[in-house]
Design a binder for this molecule. Structure first.
Ligand code: FES
Length: 87
């Protein structure tokens, strides 16, 4: 598991192995846009302020990944213990 912190609200959530970041945020009532839930469409792309994502989507370019400034919440996970999102 890893922790996701929301920069604007200051809330933080634990994402267990069997849940996506998107699922955890939805269950917490956080309003996040999404569509495919398969890492394809990019609708759930969210700004990243701190941490290292484990990108598992098919949407972001190699340059996007290298920039480490956004991630797709429906499928991607974390390599660091904490991710800070710009929401
Ligand atoms: Fe489509 Fe996440 S909802 S990439």
């Amino acid at each position: 598991s890893f922790e996701v912190r929301l920069a604007r609200s200051g809330e933080s959530y634990i994402v267990p192995e069997d849940r996506s970041i998107l699922q955890v945020l939805q269950e917490a009532g956080v309003d996040v846009s999404y569509s495919c839930e398969e890492g394809v469409c990019g609708t759930c792309m969210t700004g990243l302020l701190e941490g290292t994502p484990d990108h598992r989507d098919l949407f972001l370019s190699r340059a996007d990944r290298a920039a480490n400034t956004k991630m797709c919440l429906c499928v991607s996970r974390a390599k660091s213990s904490v991710l800070v999102l710009d929401i």
